[in-house]
Design a protein around this ligand. Structure first.
Ligand code: SAM
Length: 241
């Protein structure tokens, strides 16, 4: 089965610069204390798209040295316009291309909404771990969907359009927290998950069933789903030595 992960063109048209995503604020609340130990924190965003998260980091940590990588040149170009002070370049976190010189160069490496693209998370995880200066108390932060059950799930979705050659897309693989924790432990790292509970309603969009929306439960909590009808449990994975 041929699959593809096509970046969402909405990244190019949406301007969330002055309206940061809820999970950006969630990550910030989580890292505030940790970053205080660094005079000039060196921060890298993997799969940075148009640089929205780095724009946000720049506004809340103006002293930080920022960098971003992605595999879509048009997104990197936009990112450079959005955050001129940051360094951006093409790098593939799955293959590990263009990352060798960056080994152990960052106090914090972030990756949001990316690990679920790959059918085997270990390649991207290993490449990402190489970038963190763990000896100087660095950490890696991975935000996205994880399975609270002890099951790894590979997901392929296909939007039904008018075209006959619609592609299967990846991006919603859901790996078990336990499997990832065990893998990291086997490599000598400690890790923990902080679950993200969204506190705003997100409407379903008629034009794109692959954009997530929320469903309010009887107890007031919100469940996040999308067109696959699979519940998305978002969490922030923190990794340290
Ligand atoms: C779902 S978007 C998430 C964007 C952003 N991190 C956020 O949270 O809003 C996934 C991003 O990862 C990028 N990406 C996909 N495969 C990649 C790879 N192998 N290496 C680096 N970036 C990748 C895509 O181009 C896209 O910008």
């Amino acid at each position: 089965m041929e699959t593809d992960q096509i970046y969402d063109p909405l990244y190019l048209t949406e301007n969330k610069k002055n309206n940061p995503k809820e999970y950006f604020k969630f990550i910030k609340a989580h890292i505030d204390g940790f970053l205080q130990q660094f005079n000039i924190p060196r921060l890298l965003d993997v799969g940075c798209a148009t640089g929205e998260f780095l724009y946000y980091l720049n506004s809340v940590y103006p002293k930080a040295k920022l960098a971003g990588v992605d595999i879509v040149p048009i997104l990197l170009k936009k990112a450079q316009e959005n955050v001129p002070s940051a360094k951006f370049w093409y790098a593939d976190i799955h293959e590990g291309t263009n990352l060798l010189t960056e080994k152990k160069q960052y106090d914090a490496v972030f990756m949001s909404g990316v690990h679920s693209i790959f059918d085997d998370y270990k390649h991207s995880l290993n490449h990402l771990l190489n970038l963190v200066d763990f000896d100087n108390k660095g950490r890696a932060f991975i935000f996205g969907i994880f399975n609270p059950e002890d099951v790894d799930v590979l997901v392929k979705v296909k939007k039904i359009n008018k075209k006959e050659n619609d592609q299967w897309e990846s991006g919603w693989n859901c790996f078990s927290k336990k499997g990832i924790t065990n893998y990291l432990r086997s490599k000598g790292y400690s890790s923990n998950f902080n679950d993200f509970h969204i506190t705003i309603d997100v409407d379903k969009r008629a034009d794109n069933p692959l954009r997530s929306w929320t469903i309010k439960l009887d107890n007031g909590a919100r469940m996040i789903v999308h067109g696959s009808q699979i519940i998305h449990h978002f969490s922030l994975l923190t990794i340290q030595l």
